[in-house]
Write a new protein. Structure first.
Length: 516
């Protein structure tokens, strides 16, 4: 990801974006420093979650853990079988990896503290076990699974989580440096706002959804820079590095989860809709563009073939829904499900039973609105309709998934699934319209500082609340330092790691790296 040190500045002829007409480009050394600082900050934020949670403390983590161990131990392809909940596949994994009652904290009528989990046996002999993630593409699982092969116990799980956090941090840091190269302060703020507590939680877990969201953020930022910036402003080397970053992000998006090809198509369609006239033709004349497009196309073929051969797209009927009338489904989606979707984007943790207080969610959405709404009002009609369409498509895609899978899975679709696409609403708003020019450099700097200053304590509060949920139970008052269960590293280290991450990010943003 160090390739991000030379990326493209924003177009001086497009919408008056902040600093777009800067006469001097950022120095490569300063951009590399920015990448390292941002990477360390995002890594520490994810590391806080990685150190704080019990095994299976995040959505479906126990299933992904088994797949990660299997892939890293050479079980790249596992034949489809009725191994778990009527689907998935079998892997050979040691009993020392997971407690026998790993789901006890959230499963059943009574939600409990994580102290209910039994200590896994000290048995590293491999046994056949089923996992619902057994058919998934191994691209994400191999690197995060290697620590578990070396240490088939909780130590390996935590190290695997840290690897996952690092991979996501590298992608997010690359997005920040692209924003610096564009001299777009608002894009920096947008990346910060897109890294919600839910996204940070997923980054610090064994779950491909986290890196999928980070890849979506990077793909949006690089495509915006590529398609809205004249090449004479960008520079030859900067465009090449942008193309490489876009290809990396697209390839990850295609492979880490089954919906990746759909999300890539939607992102590309919206990015092309707001592209500068003639810019795509300019890019297609470049040999490196054609080579990288061929590479991404090959990855797309591999991803599709994998999903077809592995059976990852097949769904075995399991506890299907009971409301068959479309009017009943619409009523539930516009009430109960809409509330769940709205909350989860910011923070609805564990298996959905731990939700941040309303005031936290409102604060976060208010910051997003402070960026998106004025940008939409001050944008040209083409860009305004792109923003509106992106918001509508994200909601419609989620609703369509619910309707499609409802007969077999009941209400099972999460808003975090569409975040790789949905984050584009915030990232695109940062560069369209006359809002950056209306704010001026000082106003943009103030908005960036507001974003990092307000979100920093919200990140810490979210972690403390979830730690309390696993230490004392779901309804206990926030107190992460006391509980029947505590993190193996102690409760202080996870909180310090996350606090250090948000503090580092805040310090860097406060220095206004775009102005330097």
């Amino acid at each position: 990801m160090a390739q991000a040190v030379e990326t493209a500045p924003a177009s001086p002829e497009h919408d008056g974006a902040a600093g777009a007409a800067a006469s001097e480009e950022p120095e490569p050394r300063r951009l590399l420093t920015g990448w390292l600082i941002a990477c360390a900050a995002f890594f520490l934020i994810g590391a806080g979650w990685a150190l704080a949670l019990p095994v299976d403390g995040t959505y479906d983590e126990s299933e992904h853990l088994l797949r990660a161990y299997g892939a890293a131990s050479g079980q790249l392809y596992t034949p489809p079988a009725k191994a778990a909940r009527g689907g998935g596949a079998y892997v050979d994994a040691p009993r020392s990896l997971l407690p026998d009652n790993v789901h006890c904290a959230w499963k059943g009528e009574q939600k409990r503290a994580a102290s209910c989990q039994h200590t896994p046996p000290d048995d590293t002999t491999r046994h056949r076990v089923g996992t619902t993630a057994g058919r998934y593409n191994p691209v994400y699982y191999v690197p995060v699974g290697i620590p578990m092969v070396l240490f088939p116990n909780q130590t390996g799980i935590i190290l695997g989580r840290l690897v996952s956090s690092l991979l996501s941090a590298m992608l997010l840091a690359s997005a920040v440096v692209v924003a610096l190269r564009m001299r777009s302060r608002l894009t920096v703020a947008a990346v910060v706002l897109c890294t919600t507590p839910m996204a940070a939680n997923l980054n610090g877990a064994i779950n491909p959804n986290g890196i999928e969201i980070a890849a979506g953020v990077l793909l949006w930022v690089t495509l915006i820079a590529l398609l809205r910036t004249p090449e004479k402003v960008s520079g030859e080397r900067a465009v090449r590095r942008l193309l490489i970053l876009a290809a990396v992000a697209a390839s990850l998006l295609l492979t880490v989860r089954a919906l990746g090809p759909l999300w890539l198509a939607l992102i590309a369609a919206v990015a092309l809709a707001v592209a500068r006239k003639g810019r795509l033709a300019e890019l297609l004349k470049r040999r490196d563009t054609r080579w990288l497009l061929a590479g991404v196309s090959a990855v797309a073929v591999y991803a599709v073939v994998w999903f077809l051969v592995s059976g990852a797209l097949s769904v075995v009927p399991n506890r299907g829904g009971g409301h068959d009338r479309i009017e009943d489904m619409v009523r539930i989606m516009t009430t109960t499900r809409a509330s769940f979707w709205t909350n989860q984007i910011i923070g609805q943790f564990s298996y959905g039973e731990t939700t941040l207080p309303s005031w936290v969610i409102v604060f976060w959405y208010a910051l997003i609105a402070a960026l998106v709404l004025p940008a939409a009002l001050l944008a040209r009609w083409r860009d305004r309709w792109a923003l509106i369409a992106l918001g509508v498509v994200s909601v419609v895609a989620l609703a369509a998934l619910e309707v499609h899978y409802y007969p077999t899975l009941n209400w099972a679709q999460h808003s975090r699934y569409v975040m790789p696409v949905g984050v584009g609403l915030v990232l695109l708003a940062a560069v369209v319209g006359r809002y950056p020019a209306a704010l001026g450099s000082d106003g943009q700097s103030a908005l960036v500082r507001l974003a990092v200053v307000v979100t920093a304590p919200l990140h810490v509060f979210a972690l403390a609340m979830v730690m309390t949920r696993f230490g004392l139970g779901p309804s206990a008052p926030a107190n992460p330092f006391k509980g029947d269960w505590l993190p193996s590293t102690g409760p202080l280290l996870p909180l310090l790691a996350l606090a250090a991450g948000v503090a580092l990010l805040g310090w860097y943003a406060w220095r206004d790296p775009v102005r330097q």
